[in-house]
Ligand binder design. Structure first.
Ligand SMILES: [Fe+2]
Length: 318
């Protein structure tokens, strides 16, 4: 494994949101993403939905996933040491369409610009900040089945912003452990890109020197983790060894997440990153293409209590 190239691009972003229904409607109806899987959290004894939204087949770097936390009553605390916003790529020429669409759906937004990129900024119903960013050269294929035409649709993850109290430890992690390269600086923002760079590879660090630390546990209103694709299980194991060798010892064992396999690392800046290997079958491992995302998939941990978990989880209409 070459530690200079192992981390390729974003794989998925995972948020702790509010109700399942609000979360589902926001991602499918407003953003026009496809529901590619409905399952529940693989960890813990109390069921929590795990909802996946993406393009047609759930390609790497187009995937957003949510744990709707409202039913559990657990609430997160925003702060530093956390992902403070996620950004999605749309064609730059579509920003007017998205401006109108947000307004028509009753979402307030603000507009700003960072590193020359124009964006619309809104909160999802779980109070997580989303940036819809206009990009000119993103050739990822959008999902069009939710009524947003291909020339206007969301291409996928653009990047994330991580709020940190100081930058030094994050620079060291990104450059020595996560094959990131620094590409831009502006005000209190510094941009890193992994792999070949560009949309879908970006981590912006925002220095918030005086911001108290946010919470890390599952809780409504925070981004839980940021997953990046690596090529195969050997590379993933090498990434883990490489991180531990550098002294980043808060690294998990490999976890089978059904559709991919995951290793998590608590980065020194606070955000939880994941090195992810997609399974060859991807989201088609338990559903056909025609049925993708249609039926609730009982996680293995609850396999012997399938009816119980379906009755336990809050109603979700789709
Ligand atoms: Fe993940």
């Amino acid at each position: 494994m070459d530690p200079a190239t192992a981390i390729k691009h974003h794989h998925h972003l995972t948020m702790c949101t509010g109700t399942a229904q609000e979360d589902y409607d926001f991602h499918t109806q407003l953003l026009g993403l496809k529901s590619v899987k409905k399952t529940a959290l693989y960890d813990g004894g109390v069921p929590i939905y795990h909802l996946y939204y993406a393009n047609d087949l759930g390609d790497e770097s187009t995937i957003l996933t949510s744990f709707p936390m409202r039913q559990s009553g657990r609430v997160g605390r925003k702060g530093s040491g956390q992902v403070s916003s996620i950004s999605l790529s749309v064609p730059e020429s579509s920003l007017g369409f998205w401006r109108d669409r947000l307004r028509d759906h009753g979402y307030e937004h603000t507009e700003r610009e960072r590193f020359g990129e124009k964006m619309l900024v809104l909160e999802n119903p779980g109070h997580i900040e989303y940036e819809i960013i206009g990009i000119t050269d993103d050739d990822r294929k959008p999902w069009t089945g939710s009524g947003v035409p291909a020339d206007l649709g969301i291409r996928g993850v653009h990047g994330v912003t991580v709020s940190v109290r100081d930058l030094e430890s994050s620079i060291e992690f990104m450059e020595s452990g996560w094959n990131g390269h620094r590409t831009h600086e502006e005000g209190n923002y510094v941009r890193y890109e992994v792999g070949d760079g560009g949309s879908g590879t970006i981590v912006d660090f925002r220095i918030d020197a005086d911001l108290p630390a946010g919470s890390w546990q599952y809780g409504e209103g925070i981004v839980h983790h940021v997953a990046f694709a690596v090529d195969d299980l050997d590379t993933q194991a090498d990434v883990k060894d490489h991180l531990v060798g550098l002294g980043y010892t808060d690294v998990s064992d490999r976890k089978d997440r059904g559709y991919f396999e995951s290793v998590y690392v608590r980065t020194p800046g606070g955000a939880l990153f994941e090195a992810t290997v997609s399974k060859p079958e991807g989201f088609l491992i338990d559903e056909t293409y025609d049925n993708l995302g249609h039926d609730f998939q009982v996680p293995p941990v609850f396999a012997d209590r399938a009816e119980w978990i379906k009755n336990y989880l809050e109603p979700l209409h789709y």
